[in-house]
Design a protein around this ligand. Structure first.
Ligand code: ZN
Length: 96
């Protein structure tokens, strides 16, 4: 049996109703007796779409290294990402 979601057009009251398919959709808001509308989708599931769960994977390589070095704090032999800020700006062209 699916769960239907309704929203009141009058007071904005939102609620879910557990109904059988053959049951008729509700018409009235239990709170203000106003007109309600059934929302598409119904229940959970549609809200989770589009979340970026796997978007943080590509940067884990460098991140892990840094985290590890920070944790031990004993041997700082490995040079941390050199050249990021030191990269020169020698591309100054003369305006002709
Ligand atoms: Zn209402």
């Amino acid at each position: 049996m699916p769960t239907y979601e309704y929203e009141c057009r009058r007071c904005g009251h939102r609620f879910e109703k557990f109904q059988a398919m053959k049951d008729r959709p509700l018409q009235r808001c239990p709170r203000c007796r106003g007109k309600i509308e059934r929302l598409p989708g119904g229940g959970a599931g549609i809200l989770f779409r589009g979340a970026g769960f796997y978007a943080t994977d590509y940067r884990s390589a460098g991140y892990r290294k840094a985290a590890r070095a920070d944790k031990s704090g004993e041997s700082t032999k490995a040079a941390p990402a050199a050249g990021s800020a030191a990269k020169g700006d020698t591309t100054k062209s003369k305006a002709g």
